[in-house]
Design a protein around this ligand. Structure first.
Ligand SMILES: *[C@@H]1O[C@H](CO)[C@@H](O)[C@H](O)[C@H]1NC(C)=O
Ligand SMILES: *[C@@H]1O[C@H](CO)[C@@H](O)[C@H](O)[C@H]1NC(C)=O
Ligand SMILES: *[C@@H]1O[C@H](CO)[C@@H](O)[C@H](O)[C@H]1NC(C)=O
Ligand SMILES: [Cu+2]
Length: 241
């Protein structure tokens, strides 16, 4: 009997050890997330938010230290693979001189606005590639009219906001930007779609003087193929009649 005691103690010891190990063992916690734009109205105003599994804020992850969390993510955002373009240019840029870096860059950035938000755009003209040269560019926006709030010479500063015409600004869809100057525009992003905003001198557009704006894309629905191409474009590009 006495000889059994140490064995029992050992057995108990192992059991205890086992139990302790089970409760401390790190867990692998699996989650499946579908990330998607959705509408959220916490304050009776609809906002477009990035929801997870149809909820916003997204689900809570509970874990203890040492756990491994595995999230299987399905990206259902329509901006998938799209870079977020910059809000403004480098403050140190001298608009009166040719660009220091004249290398071309490319990207797939789209400016995505909340539906119905008010958007101000300041177009800043600068020196062209040749010293002492700056050109006029007629900028045209698709999908909207905009108000031309003002224009001025040189580099736009926050102080220029005071010069904006908020009383009776002209409503247009094309506005010029003068040499070495700035032009301020305002529009309401209330037309679901993806819209080009570009200089209407065609070679300038081809050289890259254009950006893409988008809002409320999830409200667009399926575009009829007949609206995408017809006539010679349809036959030659989209391969249809
Ligand atoms: C945007 O404005 C339109 C027209 O005023 C309205 O019908 C729509 O519900 C608004 N949508 C959002 C997301 O605010
Ligand atoms: C511009 O491109 C050239 C050729 O690729 C490279 O040598 C140069 O460093 C680039 N300049 C800048 C400012 O990135
Ligand atoms: C550029 O033009 C300005 C005046 O138009 C002149 O003062 C300057 O020397 C020129 N710079 C170069 C690099 O040619
Ligand atoms: Cu132009």
């Amino acid at each position: 009997m006495a000889s059994l005691k140490p064995a029992l103690a050992l057995l108990c010891g192992i059991l205890l050890c086992f139990l302790v190990q089970v409760s401390l063992a790190a867990k692998v916690r699996h989650h499946k997330w579908a990330v998607e734009y959705m509408f959220w109205s916490p304050d009776c105003v609809e906002h477009v938010v990035m929801g997870i599994n149809g909820q916003f804020p997204g689900p809570t992850i509970r874990a203890t230290a040492g756990d491994t969390i595995v999230v299987e993510l399905t990206n259902k955002l329509y901006t998938e693979g799209v870079a977020i373009p910059p809000e403004k240019y480098d403050e140190s840029y001298d608009v009166m001189k040719p660009a220091v870096n004249q290398n071309a860059t490319y990207g797939n950035g789209v400016y995505v606005f909340d539906l119905n938000s008010t958007v101000d755009v300041i177009l800043q003209n600068a020196n062209a590639l040749t010293n002492g040269t700056s050109e006029i560019h007629p900028w045209h926006l698709h999908g909207h009219d905009f108000w031309v709030l003002g224009n001025g010479e040189g580099k736009f500063t926050e102080a220029d906001v005071k010069k904006f015409n908020l009383k009776n600004p002209p409503l247009k869809n094309t506005a010029v930007i003068f040499p070495f100057g700035w032009t301020a525009l305002r529009f309401v992003a209330d037309n679901p779609g993806v819209w080009a905003f570009h200089c209407h001198i065609e070679p300038h557009l081809h050289m890259g003087m254009g950006v893409v704006f988008a809002e409320g894309v999830q409200k667009v629905g399926r575009i009829p193929s007949s609206a995408l191409a017809c006539g010679m474009t349809g036959r030659r590009v989209a391969n249809k009649n």
